[in-house]
Design a protein around this ligand. Sequence first.
Ligand SMILES: [Zn+2]
Ligand SMILES: [Zn+2]
Length: 263
Amino acid sequence: MLAFCVLSSGSRANCIYVQSGETRVLVDCGLSAKRAALRLESIGIDAEAIDGIILSHEHEDHSSGVRVFSKRHDTPIYVNPGTRGCCKHLAEVPEDRIRYFDSGIEFEVGALQFSPFSLVHDAYDPVGFRVSAGGKTLAIATDLGQVTNLVRERVRDVDAIILEANHDPVLLQDAPYPWSLKQRISSRKGHLSNELAAELVEQISRTNEDRLQVAVAAHISEKSNTPELAIEVFKKAWSRGGNTSSPTFIAACAEKTTPFFSL
Ligand SMILES: [Zn+2]
Ligand SMILES: [Zn+2]
C-alpha cells in the first residue's frame, strides 16, 4: 500500500505526505513546522511519527520549515549534497540529522523506495521523485521549467502523479509581476505551464494503459492560473491521449490539504 496527500502546494509553501505501512515521510517542508504539524494532525498523523523529510531543492517554498520541524521532532533530513550546501535553512542543522542521497541513485526510507531524478530548474541540484512501495509508484515532479526525456521516462508508468501546472501563459503576461519575474517563471529553468504539463499528461495517457489512478495538478500560481483551468487542461490532454480509463484529476492548493489517496 502506498498512500499520500498534498498538505500544501503553490508558490508559498509546498509539503507532501507519503506513507506505506508504518513508514511516514514528508517530501519538502515549506510550511512552518507548526503548520506542518497541524496539517498532519488534521489527517490523524502525529508529527513525531514522521520518519524523514526528503528535500527536492533549496527554494524557500520547499525548505523554510525543515530546520525547526527536524529539531522539534528529531526527524532526519534526506538531501543531496548540492542542496545541503546551499540551503540556508540547513546551515544550522547538525550533520548527524542529515542523510545524503545522490540524484539518480535510489535510496530507501523504511518501506518506501525513492528514486530521485534531475529536473531543469533554477536551483542548485533540483530533483523530482518516484516513490514506490508494494508495487505502486507515485511520481512527484514540481519546479521544472521543461519536460526532458528523463522526466518523460520517469513518469510514464506510474499509479499516481503530482505534477506542476504553474501558470497559463496568457494569464502570466497579464499578472501583476515585474517583467523580470515573468521571464524567470516562464524560462526553461523556471516553472511548467499548463500546456507543457498537459503534453506530459497526454503522453502518460498514451503509454500508461489503465494504471494511473490520480493526477494532482500542483504548484499552481495564484495570480497566473486557476485550479479549474489546470484541471480542465489536464482532462483534455488525457482525452487527447486516447486513454479510456478515468483517473481522478484534482488540484492541490496552499489553503487546505487534498484528500488522502491510497493506491
Ligand atoms: Zn517551488
Ligand atoms: Zn523551486
